[in-house]
Ligand binder design. Sequence first.
Ligand SMILES: [Zn+2]
Length: 165
Amino acid sequence: MILTSHIIISGILASKTQNYFLAAAIGLISHYVLDAIPHWDYLSDKFETQTKTDKNFVKRKTFWREIIKISIDGLAGFGLLAIFVFLDKDANIAPLIIGAFFGILPDALQFLSWITNWKFIKWNLLVHKFAHGLIHKKINPCFQSGVMTQIATIGIVFLIMRGGI
Ligand SMILES: [Zn+2]
């Protein structure tokens, strides 16, 4: 899923606990669970291959164009999460931030793996691949349905956590 979805969902889920470790675990685990759900993402396979193979990729415009997209995505997520905090006065702010941070950590680690090939974070690549392969890759949704699944997931989590369901 895109960072916005990960940030909102992991943040909302973690905001219900006061335990920082639990908040981190919620963020991390929710990431892989959410990536199993069929979704649309803007990062192309080409970006992955180029990050891995092209040592001069950081000097290219295409690389920075993707970085801008990632930054906007991340900022949008934290912006929407701030609205949630405003709406839910019972939200535990520190666990919410920890949850949101750990909720996007797997994607940051994946990116780091592509660049560095570090062995000690390879587990994240494997879990990521496994999660994506469960349902998402088999269905391979189009843009509309891939966006809808993310909006629906955010909506369901939001309603459940507010006691609306
Ligand atoms: Zn991911």
